[in-house]
Write a protein that binds this ligand. Structure first.
Ligand SMILES: Nc1ncnc2c1ncn2[C@@H]1O[C@H](COP(=O)(O)OP(=O)(O)OP(=O)(O)O)[C@@H](O)[C@H]1O
Ligand SMILES: [Mg+2]
Length: 243
């Protein structure tokens, strides 16, 4: 049974086809990077796996359960693109509160260490820097000891050092058997972390493979060049279909 699965999923918002029929399965211990231009449908796919949006057609499951179910929620953690938590709670209080939602949370000290929050656990969230806030949000994603992490652009606004530190934490999570679905516009990040890359454009999967395979397919040395070539080709094909 896949950890997370989308099977023939479409999602329409009125006239907009956010997802045009995608199938994707995430295995245990696997990190899949979901790439695509703005508006490609990445966040929509993540929201469906979070049970925040329902597929228009097709099927979604998390650990074989309905993504909106309590069972799925208890085994999943998420860091969303636009996340808001109260400014006037302390770091430690946020983690304690979130941990209380789960049946088998990590010990507080472990979450603090795993998110690199040692020394700032008694600060108010509102007093933290942007990068420190992002670390707290990562702590909230992992504190329930989930098997699946959904990370929607987790390193936006982080300095190079903080980004690398977060990569190390994500790798640690995967090394312990966790599965991750990651969206990012940093192609270097996908190259560094992903076992498998899935490229979306206009709600459809236009390429899929290891970072090496994706690069080899377009004879590109970097994943960024490969990505641009793939998205460019898929645009041309879409134009031809329309003519
Ligand atoms: N709640 C909504 N109502 C209407 N349209 C929506 C809604 N959510 C997403 N869309 C549309 O669906 C499409 C896909 O959006 P989505 O947020 O999934 O893209 P994305 O790949 O995450 O983009 P980005 O890289 O900018 O985060 C866009 O055209 C967007 O405007
Ligand atoms: Mg998005």
């Amino acid at each position: 049974m896949p950890v997370a699965e989308l099977s023939g999923v479409t999602k329409r918002y009125g006239e907009v086809a956010a997802l045009g029929g995608i199938s994707l399965a995430l295995e245990r211990g696997e990190l899949v990077a979901l790439l695509g231009p703005n508006g490609a449908g990445k966040t929509t796919a993540v929201r469906i796996l979070l049970g925040l949006a329902r597929p228009t057609t097709g099927h979604a499951a998390v650990f074989g359960q309905d993504p909106a179910s309590r069972k799925a929620r208890l085994r999943r953690g998420a860091l969303l693109q636009v996340a808001k938590v109260p400014e006037t709670l302390r770091v430690r209080e946020h983690i304690e509160l979130f941990s209380s939602y789960y049946e088998k949370p990590l010990p507080l000290a472990e979450t603090i260490a795993a998110a690199g929050l040692g020394g700032i656990e008694n600060r108010l969230f509102g007093d933290l820097s942007g990068g420190q806030k992002q670390r707290v949000l990562f702590a909230l994603a992992i504190c329930g000891n989930p098997g699946l992490l959904l990370l929607d652009e987790p390193t936006v606004g982080l300095d190079v050092e903080s980004r690398r530190a977060l990569w190390a934490r994500i790798r640690g999570f995967v090394a312990r058997g966790g599965s991750v679905l990651l969206t990012t516009h940093h192609l270097e990040e996908a190259d560094a972390l992903a076992h498998r890359v899935v490229v979306l454009n206009h709600g459809r999967i236009v390429a899929e493979g290891t970072p090496q395979e994706i690069k080899a397919r377009t004879a590109s040395s970097g994943l960024e060049d490969a990505f641009l070539a793939i998205v460019g080709q898929s645009e041309e094909m879409a134009q031809e279909v329309m003519q």
